[in-house]
Design a protein around this ligand. Sequence first.
Ligand code: SAM
Length: 253
Amino acid sequence: MEPPCTKLVVSGKHWAIDGGVLTAIERLVPKGSTVLELGSGDGTAALVERYTVYSVEDEEAWVGHCEGATYIHAPFVVPDTKRPGWYDVDVLRQALPERYDVLLIDGPAGHKGREGILHHVDLFRTDVPIIVDDTVRSHEADIARELAMRLNRPMYVFWNFSVIPVEPLTAEDVARIQWEAVRVLEKKDHTFVKRYFTDPTPARDIDRLEWHEMVNELRSKGTTNPQQSFSLRVGRVLTFPGRFILGLFRNRR
Ligand SMILES: C[S@@+](CC[C@H](N)C(=O)[O-])C[C@H]1O[C@@H](n2cnc3c(N)ncnc32)[C@H](O)[C@@H]1O
């Protein structure tokens, strides 16, 4: 199906989110959920097919690129202070939606820098899963690492993106995401991969089918996603009074 973009698709090969990121989102939130994307592009089209999408974009040329997304035009601003340039914070404060289910960090463009988010975490929900794209680059990897630390969450690192979920992923989630991430890696040209790794030669054969088999095996064992598990939710309700009282004592210390 043609992506519902209003402009000609002129994308370079590595700009848009790939199947790995899309699978991660699929594992984290159900169809129809709301995605807040920082940095729009052709990949936004794949998101609007399944989700309600808010896309924050600094470049006017990319605002309105894909039909069906709600764009927030927040120009890139370099502050007078020593802080790094980033989206216009006043615009974000006014325009960011109150509710969304997942935050995808894929902008501004890598060469402009993305660490502005570390100075403005307060603008975003801290109770939703976060995906940081392009963590194959150290700059983005550092941002993901700091976000995971500051939010007290685990982080799952795939070869070119990282996932910071609210609750641990299941083994099946990880295997499925890895399966797609490897599919993408298999198609990347050697020169691209070489840019980011000391030695891009695989130490063992890269074979996505290995992960496909793992997914089947884990599925047949019946592992469930704890984020959707009924018994986990019942457990949470039953243990709420105890956790509440413990919390009160902790706050007094
Ligand atoms: C990595 S891109 C964001 C990609 C987007 N999330 C997607 O999946 O298509 C970061 C920024 O680069 C710019 N951009 C997006 N697609 C581009 C392309 N094909 N060529 C050049 N710049 C692009 C936009 O300003 C965007 O905010």
